[in-house]
Ligand binder design. Sequence first.
Ligand code: PGA
Length: 252
Amino acid sequence: MSSSLRPLIAGNWKMNGLKRESAEELKSLIHKASEQNSVGCDILICPPATLVASMAELANGSPVSIGGQDCHANEKGAHTGDTSAQMLKDAGADYVLVGHSERRTDHNESNEDVKAKAEAALKAGLIAVVCVGETLQERESGQTLSVISGQVSRSLPAGGTAENLVIAYEPVWAIGTGKTPTVEDVADVHAHIRNDLQALLKDADGVRLLYGGSVKGSNAAELMNVAHVNGALVGGASLKAEDFWPIVETSL
Ligand code: PGA
C-alpha cells in the first residue's frame, strides 16, 4: 500500500443478493479472513438494506464490518421506503455509503443531499463513505479536477474527521464497465482530493481515500499501489468471496 493509513477494502453489493446465497458468500469471506494470522486492512461489505441485520449478525466478532448503501438525512418520519442512519446502526452496520453515483443519477441526489446524509450518518455513529466521481463527458472536456473539487467541498459533512469519514473516488464511466483510468490519472485525482482536504479538515492526511470503478483481482495491486490510494470500493467483483478475496489480499 502507498501509505501508512490502514487500508479499507469495501464491497458494494448494490441491489444483489438473497438471504441464503449472500450468507454463504459472507461466511466464505469471513472464513478466509479468519485464517490469516493478522489482517492488515479493514474489510467492509455493504449488502442491500434487507440483509444488513442478518449479515451484521453473521459478521459479528469477525474481521468483516457491515455497512448500508444509502441513508436518509432524517432520523425518522414520514419517508416511505427510506432507511435512516440510526436504523442501519441499530441493525448492526458500522458504515454507510453516501452519494454513490447510482444514487446521484437514479435519485437526483445533489451534493447538498449527500452532505445532509453524511451528517446524519455521523450523528448516528456510522462512518460515512462519501462517493465522488466525474462523468465521461466531464473527463473528456477537461473538467475532472474541478468537478471533484466541487463534489468534495459541497458533499463533506460538518464534523468529518479521519475517524468518521472516508472518501471514495469513482469515475462514473469506470463503474461496471471494465474500464479503469490510468494509474497516473488515479494518482492525479487522489493527490488533488488530498490537497483539497487540507483546507477543509484538520486531520486531512488521516482520511482514507478509496478508488472504485471496475476494480478486480487482476488490477487491484496496481491501483492500491498508487500514492494516496488507501483502499478500494468494489462492486461486481465483491459479490463472490472468491473474486473479492484476491483484492483484499493486496492490502493484507
Ligand atoms: P464496479 O462498481 O466495481 O462494479 O465497477 C463499483 C461501485 O459502483 O462501487
